[in-house]
Structure formats: structure tokens, C-alpha cells
Design a protein around this ligand. Structure first.
Ligand code: FES
Length: 76
């Protein structure tokens, strides 16, 4: 599906995640984050919305430089 989206040249960022909804929105309660959490920004994770490392394959294949946003508790 990634190849298909690129071939279509439709400019879509999201190649395959929840394409049946108008807008992909996720909520994560801050209280549920015990240490830190890595959130996917490449839209290729199979564990969406969490990063599963798929950005590495995407970056190698495309020359892109995407990576996750890491949310963590501030160290005291
Ligand atoms: Fe998408 Fe890591 S898998 S940023």
C-alpha cells in the first residue's frame, strides 16, 4: 500500500492506517505513561500510534529522515 500511495502521487502521508475514517486521532492518557513513549511520525508502524522501528526501513527505501516523537517525564 505504501508503493500504491506513492505511485498514485496523491500527496497522502498516511499509506494504510485506518483509511476507513475521516481523520486518524489518538488519545494517550499522560497518567498511563510510566517512563516514556515513542510515537510514530512516519505512518508506517504496525503498532500505531507507537513507533515500532518501521521508520528505519522507510528511511532506507526513500532517503527520508523520519523518526518518532518521544514523550517522557521531565527528569528532576
Ligand atoms: Fe514510525 Fe518509528 S515507526 S516513527
Amino acid at each position: 500500500t505504501i508503493k500504491k500511495a506513492n505511485e498514485a502521487g496523491n500527496g497522502q502521508v498516511n499509506p494504510c492506517i485506518r483509511k476507513d475514517v475521516n481523520k486518524v486521532v489518538d488519545f494517550i492518557d499522560i497518567e498511563d505513561i510510566t517512563d516514556k513513549v515513542s510515537l510514530c511520525r512516519c505512518w508506517r508502524s504496525k503498532n500505531w500510534p507507537y513507533c515500532d522501528g518501521a521508520h528505519g526501513t522507510h528511511n532506507k527505501a526513500t532517503g527520508d529522515n523520519t523518526g518518532p516523537v518521544v514523550v517522557r517525564h521531565k527528569e528532576n
